[in-house]
Design a binder for this molecule. Structure first.
Ligand SMILES: [Zn+2]
Length: 71
């Protein structure tokens, strides 16, 4: 099951919810219970690690363990 990032439309609270695709419309803010919208920013880049194709190659440090393109 994937995780999704949400933002509360009422109070602006940002959170990540571990939820089935069919249930993500039922998610409400854990802080105020208000309506939330799904955030798509970074959706393709986070928590995938390892598939580095097509990314901008952000691993400039020496401690990258999930990228095959930085050796
Ligand atoms: Zn809220």
């Amino acid at each position: 099951m994937p995780t999704y990032d949400f933002k509360c439309l009422e109070c602006g609270h940002l959170f990540t919810e571990f939820v089935a695709l069919k249930d993500k419309d039922k998610v409400s803010c854990p802080s105020c219970g208000g309506k939330v919208s799904q955030r798509f920013t970074g959706f393709l880049y986070t928590r995938k690690g390892g598939d580095g194709s097509g990314s901008s190659g952000g691993c400039s440090g020496g401690s990258c363990s999930g990228c095959s393109g930085c050796h």
